[in-house]
Ligand binder design. Structure first.
Ligand SMILES: [Zn+2]
Length: 263
């Protein structure tokens, strides 16, 4: 049994470790705190010298990491999206013709490199324990994220782009030393583009070990064949125009602006 335990987080503080353990328990995952006995014998002595290790069975690892990440990152990532006016509230006409109360204008984030760097730091935290040599981003949003995340984790960088509809690795990159990659993306809606990136990389002999994203706004569970690590999971409802509650309440409809890819 012991052999199956993996450490998914470290805490200096017993309160924090206990909170995380209870959060996982609420989600049906049994977690253990290593070094807790040692800590309780010496609380407050040499603070920070004894790491409390939060451990779970390896089969629960992915789910447990996702739950902790959401808990730890949600307040800050939401603040960043709101203060950069990425996450907008109102009454929007989507390209699909449906109406929605929320719109994500992701380009506003990239206009603020400092906040973008902070987001990449959070993505780095999600990815740091995985074994890979390169961070890959699909053009355009994923490029900024992949580059900065790769810089922080001291890894290589690549990007993919769609040429005449086909997802391709940007020509000219030297792929001879690229074996294992992670993918960074800003907003995942269906996961279709990322799946194309995974296939493209696989065809080039590159294995994808994880996908990290800022927002997962998918309505159905996505299987990338590797761990999917979003910083924020959002449920953004939309309606057919005839059924729209916002129309029924007389709220004026707006057409979102400059995004290259509307939700
Ligand atoms: Zn409407």
């Amino acid at each position: 049994m012991e052999d199956n335990l993996v450490t998914i987080a470290k805490f200096e503080d017993n309160f924090e470790a206990d909170l995380a353990q209870r959060l996982l328990a609420d989600n049906g995952i049994q977690a253990f705190v290593k070094n807790a006995i040692f800590y309780s014998m010496m609380p407050g002595v040499f603070p920070g010298k004894v790491d409390l290790e939060l451990q779970v069975n390896s089969e629960d690892e992915e789910k447990a990491r996702a739950i902790l990440s959401e808990y730890q990152n949600t307040p800050e990532i939401k603040r960043i999206l709101v203060r950069n006016d990425v996450l907008q509230e109102g009454h929007f006409l989507l390209t699909s013709g449906r109406h929605s109360a929320n719109y994500l204008e992701k380009i506003h984030l990239y206009q603020n490199p400092q906040d973008t760097a902070r987001v990449c730091e959070m993505l780095s935290d999600l990815l740091v324990d995985y074994d890979f040599d390169t961070v890959v981003g699909p053009a355009y949003g994923g490029i900024v994220l992949a580059f900065e995340t790769a810089r922080m984790l001291e890894k290589g960088f690549l990007f993919t782009q769609r040429i005449e509809g086909v997802m391709t690795i940007r020509s000219g990159f030297d792929l001879s030393k690229v074996k294992k990659a992670v993918i960074t993306e800003d907003i995942i809606t269906t996961g279709g583009s990322v799946k194309e990136v995974i296939t493209t990389l696989k065809n080039a002999g590159i294995e994808v070990v994880a996908v990290a994203a800022i927002v997962d706004r998918s309505t159905e569970e996505i299987d990338f064949g590797c761990p999917f690590l979003p910083l924020l999971k959002m449920d953004i409802p939309s309606w057919e125009a005839d059924d729209c509650v916002l129309c029924q309440n007389g709220i004026p409809l707006t057409v979102p602006g400059s995004s290259d890819k509307k939700i």
